[in-house]
Design a protein around this ligand. Structure first.
Ligand SMILES: CC(C)(COP(=O)(O)OP(=O)(O)OC[C@H]1O[C@@H](n2cnc3c(N)ncnc32)[C@H](O)[C@@H]1OP(=O)(O)O)[C@@H](O)C(=O)NCCC(=O)NCCS
Length: 177
């Protein structure tokens, strides 16, 4: 495998980031096939102009993993992102951690997670949190093994559907909360 390069996303990444996001989203959440809500969500959430706005947003950091000049993963961090189940001030959200399926299990997710934690710390965050869909067994195991504690079980709604989630968080600068 080629070396993995981590870097900040640039405006030129919007198209490829969006398509990578669509691929990983569908692999992860379209577990029963494609229905209208999933199709609408994926086309809206990862449209190139939406990704371009995220890249340009000063409150959001997008870190990409590149292999042989191809995008294979990314992490999206939002600073000052409070959550009703978290009392600590100055917390950041890991909004997405997406690795293309062929590149999973190689440590890229962990590398991007560490870079996301570093970015949140530099932005003044005391804790990084993420929500994981109840049906995403791999991610439910991934975060606790990297020092993230279970903080609650919120419900996530998209396109009029409600889905059970788990809220994970890690105090930055220590190994576990
Ligand atoms: C969950 C996800 C982010 C994990 O990313 P990943 O790159 O597969 O994670 P890693 O490779 O760092 O770690 C996974 C396993 O690979 C193994 N691994 C790590 N480095 C490795 C290496 N160099 N060689 C082989 N295996 C390795 C580890 O044993 C690890 O297992 P562990 O969790 O039991 O410790 C990824 O599967 C993914 O993007 N899934 C789809 C989207 C998603 O669910 N995102 C999270 C919710 S937003």
């Amino acid at each position: 495998m080629s070396a993995i390069l981590l870097r900040d996303a640039t405006p030129d990444d919007a198209l490829c980031l969006g398509v990578l996001g669509m691929q990983v989203f569908l692999d992860t959440y379209a577990t029963q096939g494609i229905r209208g809500s999933i199709a609408t969500e994926v086309l809206e959430a990862f449209a190139p102009q939406v990704m371009a706005r995220l890249i340009a947003d000063p409150g959001i950091s997008l870190l990409v993993a590149e292999s042989n000049q191809h995008l294979v993963g990314f992490a999206q961090v939002k600073l000052n992102a409070c959550h009703p189940m978290i009392e600590a001030p100055d917390v950041a959200e890991l909004q997405r951690l997406y690795i293309q399926e062929r590149f999973t299990g190689l440590g890229i997710g962990y590398q991007l997670l560490q870079a996301a934690e570093q970015c949140a710390t530099l932005g003044g965050a005391s804790l990084l949190w993420a929500t994981v869909w109840d049906g995403n067994k791999r991610a439910l195991g991934f975060y606790p093994r990297r020092g993230y504690g279970l903080l609650g079980s919120p419900v996530y709604t998209f396109q009029g559907e409600s889905h059970g989630n788990r809220l994970f968080g890690k105090a930055l600068g220590v190994t576990a909360i």
